[in-house]
Ligand binder design. Structure first.
Ligand code: SF4
Length: 372
């Protein structure tokens, strides 16, 4: 059993090392053979040749953060002249711009800003649902954790409060690699593996869906990545609350990890393919064109991925490292179609967008209206 200082009462179950070794041995398969194996699994899930994508906007409500992750070029320490907190009105204006291009969701994430209290978050959600209703996919596990710690509240209470105020689903960020030895090296002040899993379990038990990410290429072993996948798979077996798995690679330029050898395209493709095989109970696997570029993303669609991710109007976190592959909808659709698939816009829960329902985005307000 392992424990960690930020979650002393939490214990992690042991992962079966033989299973880890067996999955890690898939890395030795010829690349195209591994891709074919993963693709066969993916097409079982999506037999009609569909690749989905979502139109949304990333809104980073604050860049003030006290967590100092060594791979992050986005945050500013409290008191820094470039630190910001967006006002409700600024966020509302960004939502209206996004709706103008057909957005059905905002992805709202920010730094760990201890000066923001729970009423900032509930007030913001209430404002959005009142004046600019849209699906809010927001506040990753480590953000939920800092709100809970600031108020000395159980994280379940925080989730309930945010859900009541309008939170619709939770992004899977902050997972990096769910192995504490790795986390201690790259994000020492961030929540540990057990806490990340505990919070996603609580999110699912409160009726909200979430996604799961994995940031790799940070010096972890292949076995560490497999352990990460197994932990997601095992939680999913209990809760069925993960909609998707989103593996992406470290972008180290301009961060404290500058100089880390870049993950090759072949290693990226092997890793997404193995994700598809290990995570046989998570339906959707997303490419990361934001970090890999759209051409490798097209290839990943033949290595087990069935989702192209977000058509983002705005992205501030990865682009802070100098990586920027934002593109218009027509270009994104062309990349999917030229890879041999039918592009379908989706909501956050992966159901297809109904073009007749231009007011609908799948949020709690829409669901209530559609049932009236
Ligand atoms: S990754 Fe998130 S938690 Fe870590 S320093 Fe950046 S903003 Fe803060």
């Amino acid at each position: 059993m392992t424990t960690r200082v930020d979650s002393p009462s939490l214990e992690l179950s042991r992962v079966d090392r033989a299973e880890v070794a067996e999955y890690a041995s898939l890395y030795d398969k010829p690349l195209l053979e591994l891709g074919a194996l993963a693709n066969e699994r993916a097409r079982r899930e999506a037999p009609d040749g569909v690749v989905s994508y979502i139109v949304d906007r990333n809104i980073n409500y604050t860049n003030v953060c006290v967590t100092d992750c060594s791979f992050c070029a986005f945050y500013r320490r409290p008191g820094h002249e470039d630190g910001y907190v967006l006002s409700n009105e600024q966020i509302g204006a960004k939502i209206e711009e996004a709706k103008g291009i057909g957005a059905v969701q905002i992805l709202m994430q920010g730094g760990h800003n201890p000066y923001l209290k729970l009423d900032y978050y509930t007030g913001l959600l209430d404002y959005i649902k009142t004046y600019h209703p849209i699906h809010v996919h927001g506040f990753s596990a480590s953000e939920l954790d800092i709100i809970a710690r600031v108020h000395k509240l159980d994280v379940s209470v925080v989730i309930d409060e945010l859900k009541d105020a309008g939170l619709d689903s939770v992004p899977g960020a902050g997972a990096e690699i769910l192995v504490d030895d790795v986390r201690d090296r790259i994000a020492k002040k961030k929540i540990g593996t057990a806490r990340w899993l505990e919070i996603h379990r609580a999110v699912h038990e409160r009726g909200l869906l979430s996604s799961a990410t994995m940031m790799f290429g940070a010096g972890e072993s292949r076995e560490d990545r497999i352990e990460h996948m197994i932990r997601i798979r095992d939680l999913q077996a209990d809760t069925r609350g993960f909609t998707a798995f989103i593996p992406w690679t470290l972008q180290a330029d301009g961060t404290g990890m500058d100089g880390t050898p870049e993950t090759t395209a072949a290693e990226y493709l092997r890793t997404v393919a193995i994700s598809r095989i290990v995570l046989d109970n998570v339906r959707n696997l997303q490419v990361s064109y934001v970090t890999q570029g759209p051409k490798i993303a097209q290839v990943a669609l033949h290595f087990g991925c069935n989702d192209f991710g977000s058509l983002m109007m705005e992205e501030n976190v990865v682009s802070a490292t100098g990586t920027d592959f934002i593109m218009p909808r027509s270009t994104l659709v062309r990349f999917i179609e030229e890879a041999g698939f039918r592009a379908v816009a989706r909501y956050q829960d992966y159901s297809p967008v109904d073009p007749e329902l231009d007011w609908y985005c799948g949020c709690a307000v829409c669901l209530q209206r559609s049932r009236a």
